[in-house]
Design a protein around this ligand. Structure first.
Ligand SMILES: Cc1cc2nc3c(=O)[nH]c(=O)nc-3n(C[C@H](O)[C@H](O)[C@H](O)COP(=O)(O)OP(=O)(O)OC[C@H]3O[C@@H](n4cnc5c(N)ncnc54)[C@H](O)[C@@H]3O)c2cc1C
Length: 327
């Protein structure tokens, strides 16, 4: 049986109290939401925090509300609740589909939207027990200095595997972040860095409190596609979030396509450059976007399935996402 390391535990009832505790402990405290990612990571000794601050009593961070014509989702809202919410299903079906695709029913019941967005990057080397990692010469994301996936690499290539991040980035959603005595709102896409170790722009002690969806009507259609080995259970090998706004004669006025699970951050494509002002099924433009997507994606042998095949699937899934936008 894997045991948790020792740590102090606090369960404040307000955001203010949570940020105060995080501020007091500097980098030695970690936040816990549903725990479906953090608890296994602690058991594998990927982190050894002095203090774990659980957010489960902060009721203000749970649920979906409407404000100024936008849906606002509390970061502590379960993935299940996001997937089932009538207003999300009606206006942002791609987000509901992404949330419904995550893990298993138990995980979606326990896991939260905020935890999904801030999920640690993953790698077949790093996501092992401490003894296993040490036996092979620890990697740079653990306590070592080298990468076992790309030999000689100066950076870590662990993968961003969140299913909701690409779709929320494509929609242009925003994140509200609260720190002791400070608050800011950033676009989802600005939360991520293409670096397997330093993968978030979240500041020390910062709590993600809310996800702000764009005003209804910003996009006409949205899509989410996910490639994985087992359709009922697995992390993505690739996912695509996409959204489009049509002008007259179904000409693309605005389009956004973001790839996930093929880099250390969601990869926003230059879709507007290729498809803006054109029909979405313009064969030349679609082929150009597919080639651009394949260039942008860097699938590596650090997850399930062949990375060569995953690279080919990037082109296939990019084209399928466009088709879904007009289906
Ligand atoms: C078997 C299995 C299958 C899975 N399949 C998938 C999958 O298909 N797709 C997928 O995307 N994920 C998958 N996951 C990963 C995980 O279950 C989900 O991503 C889940 O949404 C994580 O949310 P959580 O609330 O449990 O996060 P936690 O584990 O509580 O936290 C995750 C990280 O986010 C930080 N954090 C959480 N909330 C906040 C906040 N409000 N403010 C600041 N920091 C915060 C925590 O400190 C921690 O670093 C899977 C996990 C398992 C074990």
């Amino acid at each position: 049986m894997l045991r948790l390391p020792e740590f102090e535990y606090a369960a404040p009832a307000t955001v203010g109290e949570a940020t105060r505790l995080m501020h007091e402990r500097g980098g030695k405290a970690m936040l816990l939401a549903g725990g479906t990612d953090l608890i296994p990571s602690l058991k594998r000794r990927q982190y050894l925090p002095e203090l774990v601050v659980s957010l489960h009593k902060v009721e203000a961070m749970r649920g979906v509300r409407e404000a100024d014509g936008r849906l606002v989702i509390g970061a502590l809202t379960s993935l299940d609740a996001v997937a089932a919410h009538p207003a999300i299903r009606a206006s942002w079906p791609a987000l509901a589909k992404a949330a419904a695709s995550i893990g298993t029913p138990q995980l979606r019941n326990q896991g939260t939207l905020g935890g999904n967005l801030l999920l640690d990057t993953r790698c077949t080397v790093y996501n092992q027990l401490e003894e296993w990692r040490d036996a092979g010469g620890s990697c740079m994301k653990s306590t070592g200095v080298k990468c076992h996936i790309v030999l000689g690499s100066k950076r870590c290539w662990a993968i961003s595997s969140s299913d909701t991040a690409p779709v929320l980035a494509a929609l242009g959603a925003e994140l509200r972040l609260v720190r002791h005595g400070d608050e800011r709102t950033v676009p989802v896409v600005a939360m991520y860095r293409d670096d397997g170790i330093d993968y978030l722009t979240l500041q020390p002690g910062e709590v993600l409190t809310e996800v702000l969806l764009p005003p209804v009507g910003k996009w006409d259609r949205s899509a989410f596609l996910k490639l994985r080995r087992r359709g009922t259970f697995d992390f993505p090998l690739l996912n695509v979030g996409a959204a489009v706004k049509f002008g007259a004669d179904r000409i693309v006025e605005r389009i956004s396509v973001v790839l996930g699970a093929v880099g250390s951050a969601p990869q926003a494509l230059d879709a507007q450059k290729f498809l803006g002002g054109k029909q979405i099924d313009d064969a030349v433009a679609v082929a150009a976007l597919q080639a651009h997507a394949a260039k942008r994606a860097t699938p590596l042998p650090n997850t399930d399935s062949s990375h060569v095949w995953r690279k080919r699937m990037v082109q296939v899934y990019t084209a399928r996402a466009l088709k879904e936008l007009v289906a």
